[in-house]
Design a binder for this molecule. Structure first.
Ligand code: TXA
Ligand code: MG
Length: 321
């Protein structure tokens, strides 16, 4: 049975018992378990229906705990310190060489680990109370849109997660930026609220783009973050024409756009990409609940998060297997 609560101590207790606890972060809700407990981590994959080779992000209460989980040599240690100073707590995950403390299941058998200190009071209290790393992917069924409210988590995982801690809507709305600090060049594996340019500035080095093409992070499939509705990306200038030439008569067509349109249902999101990101996933989930079959989506045009939002929209629009 799933318990929905605001009581963080219930979450700490459940983590200690090797159970699953969904909790809010500033990006999206995570589905957490003790990162050092193989059985607990295995139950994350079962609940999500996620293939077991995909590595999970380990969440820490503070950068002070990092040496228990990461093996940092001179140059990597310097970059991690600069990035932690600049962005932690915050929506940035660092992939670094790991110690043996974490369960193999958490990292999909890899020699590296993704670490992040989330910027949310509930997450930080939960992590501090537990006192150790919490492995947590987004708290959705595999391949579906990440949850930005506790209700979204229950929608996907009722009966599969032991405790859901309700901390309201998440502020950022899309998953963290992932930067890999392994090998010769720092590499962006997933764009997010912290831009590649900001990372480069903090470490005084170029950041390679690994978010597109072959070197994508394991588990970052071409099609991802998808609602049930099919998605078509459209430019603002052609939206009206596209609506006029509406496709199949039996399909409910919806619009998500940073402009007002004469169409129902429609979600009018902010033109600024940060504001757009904050409401994108809830809009996709609402469209599914309303039985929308096809969504015409106009991307945001302004702000530092345009690349991150476009990444998610492109994956949502990709052909599905
Ligand atoms: O904002 C977020 O990052 C949220 C919240 C809950 O923290 N978490 C999240 O987790 O989005 P998930 O599992 O849905 O996405 C994590 C991504 C996966 O694509 C995985 O491949 C990558 O991070 N990743 C994790 N550990 C890695 C590693 N050691 N090497 C390469 N990629 C890694
Ligand atoms: Mg996910």
């Amino acid at each position: 049975m799933t318990i929905l609560t605001e009581d963080i101590d219930l979450g700490v207790e459940a983590l200690r018992q090797g159970r699953l606890v969904a909790f809010p972060t500033e990006t999206v809700y995570g589905l957490g378990a003790d990162a050092a407990n193989p059985q607990a981590v295995t139950s994350i994959f079962t609940a999500k229906g996620r293939p077991s080779g995909h590595p999970l992000i380990a969440h820490l209460a503070s950068v002070d705990q990092i040496d228990q989980w990461a093996r940092l040599d001179g140059e990597t240690a310097t970059m991690v310190k600069a990035l932690a100073d600049a962005f932690w707590p915050g929506p940035l995950t660092l992939v670094v060489p790991r110690t043996s403390r974490v369960a193999d299941e958490t990292v999909g058998g890899r020699a590296t680990i993704g670490l992040r200190v989330p910027d949310h009071p509930v997450a930080l209290q939960l992590l501090a109370g537990f006192g150790s790393a919490v492995a947590a992917p987004s708290a959705n069924r595999f391949g579906r849109v990440s949850p930005t409210t506790a209700a979204h988590v229950v929608e996907d995982l009722d009966g599969l997660v032991d405790v859901v801690i309700d901390g309201g809507s998440t502020a950022v709305g899309i998953e963290s930026t992932i930067v890999e600090l392994v090998g010769p060049n720092p590499t962006l594996l997933r764009p997010g609220a912290v831009s590649s340019a900001e990372v480069a500035e903090a470490i005084g080095r170029d950041v390679a783009d690994g978010a597109t093409g072959e070197s994508r992070a394991p588990g970052m499939l071409q099609s991802h973050y998808a609602p049930k509705a099919t998605i078509e990306l459209v430019e603002a200038a052609t939206l009206a024409d596209r609506l006029a030439s509406s496709p199949q008569p039996d399909t409910v067509v919806g619009v998500i756009a940073p402009l007002r349109v004469d169409q129902q249902p429609a979600w009018h999101l902010p033109a600024d990409a940060a504001g757009y990101a904050a409401r994108l996933y809830e809009s996709l989930r609402e469209a599914d609940r309303m039985g929308v079959g096809h969504l015409l989506v106009v991307p945001p045009s302004e702000g530092a998060m345009v690349a991150a939002v476009l990444d998610r929209l492109t994956k949502a629009a990709a052909p599905r297997s």
